[in-house]
Design a protein. Sequence first.
Length: 280
Amino acid sequence: MGVTDCHVHINPIWEMRPEALALLGHRDPAVARYVHEPKAFLELLDASGVERAVLVNYVAPDVIGYSEAANRFAADYARADPARLLATGGIRPDHPDPASEVRRLARDLGLRALKLHPPHQLFRPNAYVDGLLPRLREIYAACERERLPLIVHTGTSIFPGARNRFADPMFLEDVAIDFPELSIVLAHGGRPLWTAAAAFLARRFANVWLEVSSVPPARLLDYFPQLGRLADKVLFGTDWPGPGVPPIRENLEAFRALPLPPEAIRRILEENPRRVFPQR
């Protein structure tokens, strides 16, 4: 059993708005190469000591630029090695036929997870409760039926146009209650403003997972003092090559250096990701 990086950005950078692309490491030609060459990215994973990577893609045309074409990109990219490259796609929160779309993404494209990004898609994750976005209920129900994990961005975003009021993980409490068989991954653990709320949700709900990408590993225990006690519910991720994120290998080595029991390190790096994203 090897390490899974549960949050890597291999995205269709040609769709990105210029002001968004300017913040990412993809501006570096050496990094941009990995978007076009899956074999080169697999070699990078080998050199970094990582077996699998969750390729986080989503739909956010107004803030980032990604259209529904990002789903096909992720699916095609992952075909280079489906056992190691886990394609994630997205959906608009107001999609007119979400049940059919989620089924298509899961069954026809073979996506392994669905990503929603409230600050970039400009919606509140529990907006189905008060009827503002009733289609959300259908999205969550379809993911539950298809056994498709739901990755949701929690915590602040610095991209132009992002609305951080939508990033509070507590909005997902309703989702966890209403869809108990849906695996919900709290990407970035609500950092930096809502880490306690994210940890609370992971403790309270069996179907909620705390994913700690983009938090500097050296500061993880500052953000999450109870990380060792939560080890059964934590997922490792890097957010590479996001703004200010160190290389994957450096990030992994720093995580392994944390003063946590070896069994906790193993669960977070290897065992928990297999529970959320099982091998096929």
